[in-house]
Design a protein around this ligand. Structure first.
Ligand SMILES: *Cc1c(COP(=O)(O)O)cnc(C)c1O
Length: 377
C-alpha cells in the first residue's frame, strides 16, 4: 500500500507534471514574473468557472479577507460577526483592521455559523457578517443573505476551504460558494482544494465599483500610476503560481469529485458505528467539497483513537483544538462560555482523516478498519 498522507500533493503533481512544468517554463522563458499573461488568464478562467463578474487575484487567502474588508470601507469599531470555529485567519484580519470581532457559535450538524447566533449578536454597530464555508461545506447563504439584507449588513464569504462547492437556494437555483455575498475571499495554499505551489489567493465580487476599489487597494492604493488615492497594500499572485493554477483549474471539478468519492467511502464504512457521527452527505451532494473529512467521536476516547491511528502510520488531525473565543489574542470580556456550547463540544469531538484527491481503496479500507478496530476493542 502507498504511504498514507494527510494531503498527497506529490502523487497529484506526478499526473499533471507535463502541463504544470510547461506553464512554469513559459514564465521563465518570457521573464514575466509579476502580472504576466498567466495571471490575467487565470483571473478570466476563474471568473468563468465561478460565474462571477470580477476575480481579483492576490497573494494569499488572509490578504484576500483583509482586502475585502478594506474595500468595503469598514471602519475601526465596526462590529464584524464571524464563526468561533474556524482557522484564525478569519478573525485575525478583523482585529488587524481594528474592527471588533464578534465570535458566535456554530451549528452541530454542519459545523457552520449558526443563523440564530448571528441574529442574537447583531447590534447597531454591526457592519458585516463573515460566514466560513468550513471544511468545504457551504454555509446557509440564503438565510445569511436574508438576515444581512434585513439589517443592512455586508457579507464577506471566507471561501478558502470550499472553492467549487455549490450553494442551493429554495427556488432551486445554485450558485458557487464565495459568489453570493457582497464579496468572497479564497486561498490557493497548496493543500486547499485548488492549490498552487506556494502562496496565492483571490477576491471575488459581482459589484463593479467594489472590484475597482479593490484592484487599487491590492496595488498600493493606485488607480493611476504613482497616484496613491487610498492606503493600500502590495498583494499579488505571481505569474508562476498563476501558471500552476491555470494547469489545475480545469481539473478542479474532478478533484472535488475525487474528494467526495473518498468521503462517501469513509462514511459507508463508518457512519453506522455508535461512537461516530459522520458528516452529512446529501444525494448528488455538491454543497460539500470535503476540504476536510471530519468525524465527531462521541462517548469514546478521541485522543486515544488519534494516537492509535498515528501509531499505525495514518496521519490525522484535530481541526481545530481550541475555540477562537478562548485564544489569548481574541479574548473579550463580552464572551460567556454558555454562548459557545457547540464549539466547546466540537473541539473535544472532532477528528479529521486524510483527505485529498489521490486516496485509493486500499488506503481507505486500512484507515476505516483501523478506526473501527480501536472503537470496538
Ligand atoms: C487557509 C485559510 C485561510 C487563509 O489562507 P492563506 O492563503 O493561508 O492565507 C483563511 N480562512 C480559512 C478558513 C482557511 O482555511
Amino acid at each position: 500500500m502507498k504511504k498514507i498522507q494527510m494531503v498527497d500533493l506529490k502523487s497529484q503533481y506526478d499526473k499533471i507534471a507535463d502541463t504544470v512544468n510547461a506553464s512554469i517554463q513559459e514564465v521563465l522563458n518570457t521573464n514575466t514574473y509579476i502580472n504576466g499573461p498567466q495571471v490575467h488568464e487565470f483571473q478570466k478562467g476563474l471568473e468563468i468557472y465561478l460565474d462571477v463578474k470580477h476575480v481579483i487575484p492576490c497573494a494569499n487567502g488572509t490578504d484576500a479577507l483583509q482586502i475585502a474588508m478594506m474595500g468595503l470601507g469598514l471602519q475601526p469599531g465596526d462590529e464584524v460577526i464571524t464563526a468561533d470555529f474556524t482557522f484564525a485567519a478569519t478573525v485575525e484580519v478583523i482585529a488587524l483592521l481594528q474592527l471588533t470581532p464578534v465570535l458566535v457559535d456554530v451549528d452541530l450538524h454542519n459545523m457552520n455559523i449558526s443563523i440564530d447566533r448571528i441574529k442574537a449578536a447583531i447590534t447597531p454597530k454591526t457592519k458585516a457578517i463573515v460566514p466560513v464555508h468550513l471544511f468545504g461545506r457551504a454555509a446557509n447563504m440564503e438565510a445569511i443573505m436574508a438576515l444581512a439584507n434585513e439589517h443592512n449588513l455586508f457579507v464577506i464569504e471566507d471561501n478558502a476551504q470550499a472553492i467549487g462547492a455549490n450553494c442551493k437556494f429554495s427556488d432551486g437555483t445554485k450558485k458557487k460558494a464565495g459568489t453570493i455575498g457582497h464579496v468572497g475571499a479564497t486561498s490557493f495554499f497548496p493543500s486547499k482544494n485548488l492549490g498552487c505551489y506556494g502562496d496565492g489567493g483571490a477576491i471575488f465580487t459581482n459589484d463593479d465599483a467594489l472590484a475597482h476599489t479593490i484592484r487599487g487597494i491590492v496595488n498600493h492604493g493606485m488607480y493611476e500610476r504613482y497616484h496613491h488615492d487610498v492606503v493600500g497594500v502590495n498583494s499579488r499572485l505571481d505569474s508562476i503560481q498563476a501558471g500552476v493554477l491555470n494547469a489545475k483549474l480545469p481539473l478542479l471539478d474532478s478533484y472535488n469529485k475525487a474528494r467526495q468519492t473518498a468521503a462517501m467511502k469513509y462514511s459507508a464504512a463508518l457512519q453506522a458505528h455508535k461512537n461516530i457521527i459522520a458528516p452529512i452527505i446529501c444525494d448528488n451532494c455538491d454543497c460539500h467539497v470535503f476540504h476536510q473529512y471530519t468525524l465527531r467521536i462521541i462517548d469514546a476516547d478521541r485522543n486515544g483513537l488519534m494516537q492509535h491511528l498515528l501509531d499505525k502510520g495514518i496521519p490525522c488531525a484535530i481541526y481545530y483544538p481550541i475555540p477562537l473565543h478562548l485564544q489569548k489574542a481574541y479574548l473579550d470580556v463580552r464572551y460567556k462560555e454558555e454562548d459557545f456550547p457547540v464549539t466547546n463540544q466540537l473541539v473535544k469531538e472532532v477528528l479529521s482523516l486524510p483527505m485529498h484527491t489521490e486516496l485509493d481503496d486500499d488506503q481507505i479500507t486500512f484507515i476505516t478498519d483501523s478506526v473501527l478496530e480501536y472503537l470496538n476493542k
